[in-house]
Design a protein around this ligand. Structure first.
Ligand SMILES: NC(=O)c1ccc[n+]([C@@H]2O[C@H](COP(=O)([O-])OP(=O)(O)OC[C@H]3O[C@@H](n4cnc5c(N)ncnc54)[C@H](O)[C@@H]3O)[C@@H](O)[C@H]2O)c1
Length: 423
């Protein structure tokens, strides 16, 4: 509890978690009155797993008709969404489905979220960029995440690449939060190490970034009576803390041994808890700068977050000292001198990033030094994230962060072995 908090907490209406829980879904949907659905996935799931055909058969036995769309792709574009909308509407012959199911990682869940908006009227998804128009009523979404993870199964947003500008656009509204999020850790057992690492560091970033973001009292809600994000509170920090603890314990284990069921389950919970934190608290500089890094490098969402994470933590050592001391303890950094423990955290996180096979600085990540001013400017243009960075002079901090991230510079006072280059 924090006396000053102004909590505005939003989550999926139903959360179902556990190995094998996917088998419950057809009966639940029938019980809730759903009869015609669209299942959005990609060809990995139709071609290499039994999950789609098993679901469609069981749903049919429960009286639910399901049209499968397996054209999902990593980092879906607005063009993909519009093409899928047209193809599905043609197959549906004028009928509107009463629910949409997403099976896959954040990419398929985001595409399905966007389709919840476009399927009823056939409008291009760009018409919904930013806040959804008040009259638009999205179809109910059921999210079945297969990575741990983006947490898109608990958030209000869909992120799509706009091929015209090469940047990502967000479609954002609390009405886009899934009605049902079903987290069956067995879905993640087939994730290859690269996907496990990238999605896992994304979950850790969500937890850390929302743990140290702007407070709920200070969050700029701009008079919105139903804000999608509203700053951190004791409630969101509860979930963030546990997500960080689970990531510290299980992320590397799941990466090294995909058959480690305890680690896979731990990361399923970590991803969900991180989403229950950032899905209301919101994010800031790591994601803001990572979007700009992705615009230049086109590398995975998780890896672009990973390369920025140590440098943003390093930049917040003054403003979020107590929180970072707590995070350091969760990562097993014990130091009688608390300032030293805090200083050792960013190098330790960077060492983890590198052990997960991700470069530890922007130069190694493929960003040319002369691109840094534009990178900082592009990041600042994502005002919903820049405005939540809890520092006084955000432009100056962003500029310093990208410089230090390019040179691989972390605080000179840290004596941890992971700090290879002191500032
Ligand atoms: N809406 C949100 O709140 C939100 C938050 C974070 C990220 N995102 C978005 O999520 C996307 C990244 O999602 P992601 O990291 O989950 O990866 P992804 O969905 O892009 O999937 C990456 C690859 O892994 C494969 N894959 C997924 N699950 C698998 C499994 N169980 N077994 C084998 N292969 C599997 C996919 O088929 C795909 O080829 C980005 O586009 C990002 O912008 C959205």
């Amino acid at each position: 509890m924090r006396v000053e908090d102004l909590v505005y907490f939003c989550a999926p209406a139903r959360l179902i978690v556990g190995a094998g829980t996917r088998a419950q879904l057809p009966d639940l949907l029938a019980h809730l009155g759903y009869r015609t659905g669209v299942l959005v996935t990609d060809t990995f799931f139709t071609g290499h797993t039994p999950w789609v055909s098993e679901y469609v058969a069981a749903a049919s036995a429960a009286g639910i008709e399901t049209l499968v769309y397996d054209g999902g792709m990593a980092d879906p574009t607005t063009v993909l969404c519009d093409t899928a909308t047209a193809a599905l509407r043609a197959q549906l012959c004028g009928k509107t489905p009463d629910h949409v199911i997403a099976l896959g990682g954040g990419s398929n869940i985001d595409l399905a979220k966007a389709l919840c908006l476009t399927l009823p009227g056939g409008l291009p998804i760009r018409d919904f960029a930013g806040a959804k128009p008040a009259h638009a009523c999205p179809l109910p979404l059921v999210a079945l995440p297969t990575t741990s993870g983006t947490g898109s199964e608990a958030t209000p947003g869909a992120i799509l690449v706009d091929p015209d500008s090469a940047t990502k656009i967000a479609v954002m509204d609390n009405a886009l939060r899934p009605r049902i999020a079903l987290i069956d850790p067995e879905f993640t057992y087939t994730c290859p190490p690269r996907v496990t690492a990238d999605a896992g560091i994304d979950a850790l970033t969500h937890a850390l970034e929302s743990f140290i973001t702007i407070d709920s009292l200070a969050y700029p809600r701009h008079g919105n009576p139903d804000p999608a994000y509203s700053g951190r509170s004791a409630l969101t920090m509860l979930f963030a803390r546990e997500a960080i603890r689970l990531c510290a314990r299980y992320l590397e284990r799941a990466y090294r041994d995909g058959g480690d069921i305890e680690a896979r389950t731990g990361m399923s919970y970590a991803s969900l808890y991180a989403a229950l934190s950032y899905g209301s608290a919101g994010l800031n500089a790591v994601h803001g700068i990572a979007y700009a890094v992705a615009g230049v490098t086109h590398r995975s969402h998780g890896s672009t977050n990973a390369v920025m994470l140590p440098y943003v933590l390093d930049a917040l050592k003054q403003e979020r000292h107590a929180e970072l001391a707590e995070v350091a303890r969760l990562f097993g950094i014990e130091d009688a001198d608390e300032a030293q423990a805090v200083a050792r955290l960013p190098p330790a996180i960077r060492a983890l990033v590198e052990r997960l096979g991700i470069p530890g600085d922007l130069a190694a990540f493929g960003i040319p030094e002369n691109a840094l001013p534009a990178l900082a400017a592009d990041a600042l243009a994502v005002t919903r994230l820049a405005g939540a960075f809890p520092v006084a002079d955000v432009p100056a901090r962003y500029a310093a962060i990208v410089q230090r991230a390019w040179h691989g510079q972390l605080d000179a006072t840290a004596t941890a072995p992971g700090n290879r280059q002191a500032a």
